[in-house]
Ligand binder design. Structure first.
Ligand SMILES: [Zn+2]
Length: 82
């Protein structure tokens, strides 16, 4: 279950909380692992979209909603792996 570790790193990376030390490790894994890359792209798109909406001020996505969304995406991701 090596990918589990990278899911954490992806979420930290997208929150801009990822340490440089782990960045190379994560990028290397993303280049090798299709599942994590797909997860990364989905998350990135979701975050970009919610930021766009936030800046347009047409709708605000509360932190609790985005956390909730992320949590559910992880569950879906885990189910697909089984
Ligand atoms: Zn992976």
């Amino acid at each position: 279950m090596k990918c589990e570790k990278y899911l954490e790193l992806i979420s930290m990376y997208l929150d801009k909380e990822l340490d440089r030390i782990f960045l190379d490790d994560l990028e290397e894994h993303l280049s090798l692992c299709e599942n994590c890359m797909a997860f990364f792209k989905t998350m990135k798109k979701t975050i970009t979209l919610s930021r766009t909406y936030y800046h347009m001020k047409c709708c605000k996505v509360p932190k609790s909603v985005s956390t909730h969304m992320f949590y559910h995406l992880r569950i879906i991701y885990k189910k697909e792996k089984i």
